[in-house]
Design a protein around this ligand. Structure first.
Ligand SMILES: Cc1cc2nc3c(=O)[nH]c(=O)nc-3n(C[C@H](O)[C@H](O)[C@H](O)COP(=O)(O)O)c2cc1C
Length: 201
């Protein structure tokens, strides 16, 4: 089985979502030593933002000069890795109420008509339903029910929507929140997230 592990935090060694995504991968590899891991650090090696040039070239085919040809090759590799993955683990940081721009650039390369979704007679149909996707989300504040800023949470809601659109039904979300509220809260959030990770099948 192939496991695709992505991190998208810009905080490097100080990142919480990275600690949690690594803990998920460690948990899954402990249960199945045969997992083949492909790791991508979307912050250390950013994918360029989708451009009109890229989109036109992707749709039109033909020969292209660098850097567009490199960009197309990276896009193709990223899509191939996603299609080949049985399990996808993503470390997700909440920045300014949504995902990092680096993760958005990755999503722009995997939401591709005819590959991961298509429009049929009954509307959109996801083609990536065979995958198990696990998100480890780190956020500084609180966004749960009753929070005055709950409606500003656009990372978990967005990713749930994207993966549902692609047909993914096996989506697990592990959240550590309130990380910047206090050290006590941070420790409690991490302990809670680690408990959830220990329970993963
Ligand atoms: C640029 C930036 C923007 C942030 N914006 C938010 C935010 O909108 N809401 C929030 O709750 N926390 C916010 N935070 C706090 C992060 O969500 C928190 O530090 C979390 O741990 C980020 O994940 P990471 O540690 O994996 O990078 C922000 C942090 C940074 C650096």
């Amino acid at each position: 089985m192939n496991l695709l592990h992505l991190d998208s935090s810009i905080l490097g060694a100080n990142s919480t979502s990275r600690v949690l995504s690594a803990a998920v991968v460690a948990r899954l590899t402990a249960a199945n030593a045969d997992l083949k891991i492909r790791y991508r650090d979307l912050a250390a090696e950013p994918i360029t933002h989708l451009s009109g040039e890229h989109f036109a070239a992707m749709s039109g085919g033909g020969e292209h000069e660098a850097p567009l040809s490199h960009d197309l090759a990276v896009g193709a590799a990223v899509l191939e890795e996603f299609l080949a993955a049985d399990i996808v683990v993503i470390g997700v940081a909440l920045y300014n109420f949504t995902i990092s721009t680096q993760l958005k650039a990755w999503i722009d390369r995997i939401v591709i008509g005819g590959k991961t979704f298509r429009y049929g007679e009954k509307g959109p149909e996801g083609l990536a339903g065979d995958k198990r996707v696990i998100l480890t989300i780190a956020r500084g504040g609180f966004y749960g029910p009753g929070s005055p800023v709950a409606s500003l949470e656009h990372a978990e809601t967005y990713l749930r929507g994207v993966f549902a659109f692609l047909g993914v039904t096996k989506l697990e979300v592990i959240v550590a929140e309130g990380l910047r509220v206090s050290e006590v809260q941070r420790q409690a959030a991490m302990a809670g997230a680690r408990e959830r990770i220990a329970e993963l099948a």
